[in-house]
Design a binder for this molecule. Structure first.
Ligand SMILES: Cc1cc2nc3c(=O)[nH]c(=O)nc-3n(C[C@H](O)[C@H](O)[C@H](O)COP(=O)(O)O)c2cc1C
Length: 189
């Protein structure tokens, strides 16, 4: 069975981010045949179409190349004011533009952690809406909504909650199946 290389992105830039910690947890829970690397969005400048027409800035080109080379994406989004953070939307905007928008046709899984009671559900729905225009193909389920994150991660930042780890593990398996389906592999082999 062919390997699936996943690129992970967190919509939070802070060091102690629960969402970045979710990506770290995913690295521990990968199914056989899947790899996960992370792209840190802190180097991505604000979108400016005048800049784009002159040529993508180096960090943006690197992001676009890494997305293009990945078989699938794993996006961990915080919820900011009922939506996705500007950091994440900005990166999506850069990666959605021509030539050959690297997001187009890309399978992805969405996860999120919040300190409140709703586990980023509203942000995740907004991200799914963004995926429509970008022609991205998110896995529908299981949903990974880590609510009350302070109770679910231990002092070292490790995802300690067994239920959340189980949902995350199942989502990664679903992402592997989905990616193989979309690229036409016989995933039953
Ligand atoms: C600007 C801002 C807006 C926020 N808005 C929401 C919100 O709409 N819903 C929510 O559940 N939490 C909200 N929060 C709280 C975040 O869920 C919490 O800060 C979370 O830890 C951020 O993710 P991180 O740990 O990955 O940085 C907001 C936080 C910030 C900084």
């Amino acid at each position: 069975m062919e390997q699936i290389h996943v690129l992970g992105m967190s919509g939070s830039l802070r060091k102690g981010s629960y969402n970045t910690a979710l990506l770290a947890a995913a690295s521990e829970l990968l199914p056989e045949g899947m790899t996960l690397e992370r792209f840190d969005l802190s180097s991505i400048p604000l979108y400016n179409d005048d800049v784009r027409v002159l040529g993508y800035p180096k960090p943006v080109q690197e992001l676009r190349d890494r997305i293009a080379a990945a078989d699938a994406l794993l996006i961990a989004t915080p919820e900011y004011n009922y939506s996705i953070p500007g950091v994440l939307k900005n990166a999506v905007d850069w990666a959605s533009r021509p030539p050959d928008p690297p997001l187009s046709g890309k399978p992805l899984a969405i996860v999120g952690a919040s300190t409140g009671n709703f586990g980023t559900v509203r942000a995740q729905m907004h991200l799914r809406q963004v995926c429509v225009y970008c022609n991205m193909f998110p896995v529908n389920r299981p949903e990974v909504l880590v609510m009350r994150a302070r109770e679910k991660f231990d002092a070292s930042g490790r995802l300690a909650d067994e239920d959340a780890r189980g949902f995350l593990r199942d989502l990664l398996v679903a992402l592997a199946d989905w990616t193989r389906r979309l690229r036409g592999d016989d995933f039953n082999e």
